[in-house]
Design a binder for this molecule. Structure first.
Ligand SMILES: *Cc1c(COP(=O)(O)O)cnc(C)c1O
Length: 383
């Protein structure tokens, strides 16, 4: 239970989701096995991808898609700076260098195709799109750009189960996509992740690297399908386990209902904030694009002290956040980066509470509080 009257995110598990986990624990088979296989089939079906490979977390999924793209020392990968640090770290794990690019605008905080194009050089090998807040952003344009320049498109789809561009699920546009089942994501499990790809070779390599580079899995040997194994690559232990797979499967079954609830809540926030002088929601998905509504984010008018706003909301029991401190500003990735739109967004954005079972009363409390903290406030006050 949260201490907050309105937490930023919240997970509530139904008995129908807990029971399969308990059944799994009772079965005595805890490592990767039949539930994982079932989850992979269900996720492939849900996203319309040929292969889905379940892993221990979203960061492992990102690392594996970077390896499947053949990234290594000397390669450059275009990434947004406005993302969780794992997007860039996964590129770095392979020895490749992340090249940080700007977002499209302060109300369109996803990787800009112009910024990406301007950063393409001799060493560029891939572009990593990230569906910010569940919005596909310019993924389709980034795919065209990648094709024009012979680059590989990868997708960090951690925010995006349920997001689409036309009939294509986010994460399936490029070579491979990475999803996360971290506890605050749209499919909350605690820890867990998934890779999707239509590429048979990439899928085979990812399965191999997920489990030590071994040619057969414990599950297959247990089932008598294999008696020994060889090791043919320097792999990892990036396996998910059965209780998590069982929970992920149960949560996947209600993802569309959860996302529809998120969508309604976001529509309500947007209606309530129409014409607000000090807080403008980031752009909704339109046309062919459909968002998974992972986050509800807005941009404060210039000159407003965000910390004061966040503290005032916290005093009213409302938890907020900032997505994200830009990665290029961390010591780890310091450099000669010039990303003015990202910096402006990162200084002025605020993330308001959003979770599927958020009540109308909770949303009303957030909006009333936003109005009382910000409403009528002169844009350039300096107190
Ligand atoms: C959560 C997240 C990740 C990492 O996923 P984990 O499952 O926590 O490892 C990567 N990228 C983005 C954009 C995320 O939000």
């Amino acid at each position: 239970m949260s201490e907050w009257q309105v937490p930023l995110a919240d997970v509530r598990l139904a008995d129908a989701e807990i029971e399969p986990v308990v059944d799994t624990l009772r079965s005595g088979w805890l490592t990767m096995g039949p539930r994982t296989e079932e989850l992979e089939l269900a996720f492939a079906d849900y996203t319309g991808s040929r292969h889905a490979i379940a892993v221990s977390n979203g960061t492992a999924a990102l690392h594996l898609i970077c390896l499947a793209a053949g990234l290594g020392p000397g390669d450059e990968v275009i990434v947004p700076s406005l993302t969780f640090v794992a997007t860039a770290n996964a590129v770095s794990y392979t020895g490749a260098t992340p090249v940080f690019c700007d977002v499209a605008s302060t109300l369109e905080p996803w990787l800009s195709v112009e910024s990406a194009e301007a950063a393409i050089g001799e060493r560029t090998k891939a572009i990593m799109a990230m569906a910010y807040g569940g919005h596909p952003g310019q993924a389709a344009e980034l795919l065209s750009l990648s094709r024009e320049h012979g680059l590989t498109l990868l997708e960090d789809a951690a925010h995006a189960p349920g997001a689409k561009v036309g009939r294509r699920h986010v994460g399936t546009l490029g070579l491979a996509g990475a999803f996360s089942f971290f506890s605050n994501k749209n499919v909350p499990v605690g820890e867990g992740g998934m890779v999707v790809t239509d590429d048979d070779e990439a899928a085979e390599q990812i399965r191999l690297l997920r489990s030590h580079g071994m040619t057969s899995a414990t599950w297959e040997r247990h089932g008598g399908r294999a008696s020994s194994y060889d090791v043919i690559a320097e792999g990892f232990n990036y396996r998910i386990d059965e209780p998590r797979a069982a929970l992920a499967l149960a949560r996947l079954a209600r993802l569309d209902v959860d996302n529809a609830a998120r969508h309604e809540l976001v529509a309500g926030y947007r209606r309530d904030l129409v014409g607000h002088p000090a807080l403008t929601p980031t752009s909704p998905a339109s046309g062919e694009a459909h968002s998974a509504d992972h986050l509800f984010t807005g941009v404060l008018a210039e000159g407003i002290d965000r910390d004061r706003v966040r503290n005032a909301l916290a005093e009213r029991g409302i938890q907020t956040s900032v997505h994200y401190p830009p990665v290029h500003r961390f010591s780890m990735y310091e450099g000669d980066w010039e990303l003015p739109v990202t910096e402006s967004y990162a200084e002025r954005s605020i993330t308001l509470p959003l979770f599927p079972h958020m009540s109308d009363q909770q949303r009303a409390h957030v909006i009333e509080s936003v109005r009382s903290v910000l409403g009528g406030q002169p844009v350039n006050d300096d107190d």
